[in-house]
Structure formats: C-alpha cells, structure tokens
Design a protein around this ligand. Structure first.
Ligand code: 6PG
Length: 259
C-alpha cells in the first residue's frame, strides 16, 4: 500500500483546524453512505486535541458542522478500571469532549469498555464483552470478517505503541480476535483492552495525532523504512498507508524524511 500522509503544523491551533476538517469530512462521507459515523478514539493527549478541534466555532456551513447525533463512539483502547477512575480513557473523553458538546449538536451514542461488567481478574472477559458490543453494531462476526470503522483516531507513544499494541508484544500477531486484552502493558496501568491490528488496518480512515518534541525520535524511526519496521505505528503505515493521515506539529517532525 502507498505511503501515509504526514501533515505538520506550527501550532496547536492550526493542527486542530485541519483535524476538524478531516474528521468532519469523514463524518459527512459516512453519514451520506450509511447514515451513521462509527469512530474509535484513543486516550492520552488525543481527547483534548479532538475537543479543541470539534468544539471550536466553525464556519457555520453544513459540511463544517459536527452532527453528533450520527456518531457512534467506540474506544480504540481502554484500561481495565471503572469508568470514573482517573486512568479511564472513557472518563478522559467525557471530561474533555462529551460533557462539553452543545445541546444543538446532538448527543453521540457512546460505547464504553466498562470494567464493572467483568470479573476483576479476567480482562479477557472484558475483551469478549466488547467484541460482542462491536458485533451488535457492525453485524455478526460470522457474517463479516472484520468491523469497518469509518475512522480510528490514534495517538503514538514514544516507544512507537499505538492503541495498547506495544512493540514486540505477542498481540501484534493476533489475526482473528477483534478485541484483545493484555495484563503486561509496559505503560501503566498493566491491564488493558485494545482493538487488534487487523481491525485498525481495516478502518476506512486512520488518523494519528503526534505532538511535541518528545515524539521527535520515534517519529524519525516510524518514517524510516528500516528502523521502523517492527513498530506498531509503522505496521499500520505499512499495511494501510493509503488510508493513514498523521497530524503532527513541527517539533515532532523535526528531522523526519517526509514520505
Ligand atoms: C492509552 C492511550 C495510548 C496513547 C499513546 C499516546 O490508553 O494509553 O490510548 O495508546 O494514545 O500512549 O499518548 P499521548 O497522546 O499522550 O502521547
């Protein structure tokens, strides 16, 4: 597949503006196609950047208007904690974005990964429950091989991880499950749930947001064919490049050889 698109911006404001038109473009295409916008979001810095993009006053034109009533929001990864826990990606998205959506823009349907529903010691049960939740939204797993998200919004860790797919981890070889769990995440907390690599690369659109000088070294590696080869973020570029867009700032891409 062809090279991903890499966009870099001088400041948070211009990145947010561009991310807004990208996300709303995905929304509009999806709503025209099937009257619903199915999007998965990550934790980390992504919810606040997304909120900055979507809560900004728009131009007022139809294509620049969020239609949250059409949104089905899923989680690309989650920590096995209660939804009100400070480590919860759901809580982060709720605080940053969901609670701030103006009433006239509609209410999204949100699909949290709720650890309250599963046995404390068994993150596999939580993964299975979420896979069932996806099946209800995307048709039965028997009838479709993989769910097709309209958009998956990702972050990228300084080690090259994305979702909770970590470098060298056995989960990178998962071919069948839609949702998987791990109990040995190198980034705390250790127990997590994540979409699998085939689900991510099967999405119609995939966007990464990577900002700050702390991402400079890993960005150089990800966009270097040799060095990046095994990194989860680079695997997504490799397998789905034509559908991948990177939204970065100048400090993060300083020294990157643009694709
Ligand atoms: C998580 C996040 C994670 C995140 C990256 C990037 O639950 O830990 O979903 O995968 O996206 O670690 O984090 P930053 O955006 O904060 O750099």
């Amino acid at each position: 597949s062809s090279a991903p698109s890499l966009y870099s911006f001088p400041d948070a404001q211009s990145l947010a503006q561009s991310l807004r038109s990208y996300v709303l473009g995905c929304q509009n295409t999806a709503v025209t196609r099937h009257d619903v916008f199915r999007v998965a979001v990550s934790g980390g810095s992504l919810p606040s950047v997304l909120a900055k993009a979507l809560l900004a006053p728009g131009t007022g034109s139809q294509e620049d208007t969020p239609r949250f009533d059409k949104w089905d929001i899923f989680f690309a990864d989650e920590r096995a904690v209660p939804l009100d826990h400070e480590d919860s990606n759901y809580r982060l998205l709720k605080d940053e974005l969901l609670d701030k959506i103006p009433a006239d823009q509609g209410t999204p349907r949100v699909h949290p990964i709720d650890a309250e529903h599963a046995n404390d010691d068994d993150p596999q049960e939580l993964a299975d429950l979420y896979q069932e939740e996806l099946m209800r939204s995307f048709a039965a797993k028997d009838s479709v091989k993989l769910p097709v998200f309209d958009l998956i919004l990702l972050g990228c860790g300084p080690d090259g991880h994305t979702c909770s797919l970590f470098p060298g981890h056995e989960l990178l070889r998962e071919k069948d499950a839609w949702v998987a769990c791990l109990s040995d995440s190198p980034k705390p907390p250790p127990k997590r749930i994540t979409l699998t690599l085939p689900v991510v690369t099967h999405a119609l659109n995939i966007a990464f947001v990577a900002t700050g000088a702390g991402k400079q070294t890993i960005m150089k590696q990800i966009f270097d064919a040799e060095e990046g080869r095994e990194l989860p973020s680079a695997l997504i570029n490799h397998h789905a490049g034509d559908k991948v867009s990177w939204f970065a700032d100048h400090p993060a891409v300083n020294g990157v050889a643009f694709p």
